[in-house]
Design a protein around this ligand. Sequence first.
Ligand code: MV4
Length: 464
Amino acid sequence: MFKKVLIANRGEIALRIIQACRELEIETVAVHSTADDDSLHVTYADMAVCIGPPPSSESYLNVSSIIAAAEVTGADAVHPGYGFLAENAAFAEVLGECNLAWIGPAPESIRMMGDKAKARQTAAEAGVPVLPGSQEPLADFEEAERIAAEVGYPVILKAAAGGGGRGMRIVQDGDSLENQFSTASEEALKAFGDGSIYLERYLVEPRHIEFQIFGDQYGNVVHMGERECSIQRRHQKLVEEAPSPALTPELREEMGRAAVELAVAAGYVNAGTVEFLLDHDGRFYFMEMNTRIQVEHPVTEVVTGLDLVKLQLHIASGEYLRVPNGLPARGHAIECRINAEDPDRFTPSPGAITTFHPPGGPGVRVDTHAYEDYYIPPYYDSLLAKLIAFGQDREEAIARMKRALDFFVVEGVSTSLPLHRRILRDSRFRAGNISTRFMERLLEAEAERSKPATTSDDSGTVKP
Ligand code: MV4
């Protein structure tokens, strides 16, 4: 096992990795920007190195400062968390050249899954269902037109170098395809330095269901069940749960097998997530693979009893994976992402937290780096806490989440707590009737209810 791990991240995930290291008696090195001098990951790590000024580009993304920090502190491994450098193949590669272990998949796996068109092709070749569409990036508009006509409208154009919703274009009919195709590739070129675009049939109201997988260095791969992640807004997930209310044991086994087959085909090592879209008829299609530990990993931990971050450390240090494939979920877990944000505009709300009372009690876990008098800097993402509730079944998990949301007090900054209370009260949510359009539908339903009641007077007669 490693002796000293450097954590190339901040916030709740840096703290989460420190907790795992402490249990394994591994020393920890925090790196931080000058904006994070008072952060808990700095307090709780055994050592801390300041790596630059507040902007991420000069600190948490500064590869040479991070490597220098690892070298001066004598770290033997680096955990990237999520975001920042977690899916940067060049960073993973250069660590290897510096004799530092990378707690994650091989650079080749990161690179292949980072190219979303290549990932789709790999999935298809491995026998994993993909939506009808282009097998290669589109050569020109004529090819896009030909394939779109074959698969039928609506279609979606996606940037090969994009992912997570960035650089997507929905095309309703042939008339707008030419325009959409050229703007999509221009935008992709500008945003990612790569204008490659591929095309798929567009599913109008699917569910987003992802499978947690793990591989070791000896070719063993298992899945650990799914997470239902359909409730999101502007491609930011808000609520995740495990298991998905939509899966039967048969479908779970089939999707889990597909996820494992893709990971095996990619020679995948360490933690990964295979994302699928699920349509109304119970057909599923590969969407993307994420080559990192994810924000929502706790819901899987809670229902499997596994510690996924400790498992990452064991696997990276060369141990065998000793987890059975498809470990059945015990009970039900839900996570709400509590962001420091403006409730109406969904924009970040940085500033000082004046009161902070996280909930506890049976079936509640809170992963957070926040505390009373903590100042939320404006430079990074707005995730303040992950509130996870679990119970014997979905109903108990919901009841506990509602109670935990009610007892969670944050003052000084605006948060998404009130929004989560609305979601948890929603009848569609409670029935497990959710899709990627859930938030649109919730806002529509609320707007409908807040309309003034119709009176006999305005029920048909038009007054001048
Ligand atoms: C899709 C889709 C429908 N059909 N692809 C959004 C994130 C990125 N990973 C891909 N996304 C989608 N791809 C096809 N062929 C719908 C979405 C999508 C979505 C997916 C998951 C969760 C929320 C979403 C919200 C809007 C669109």
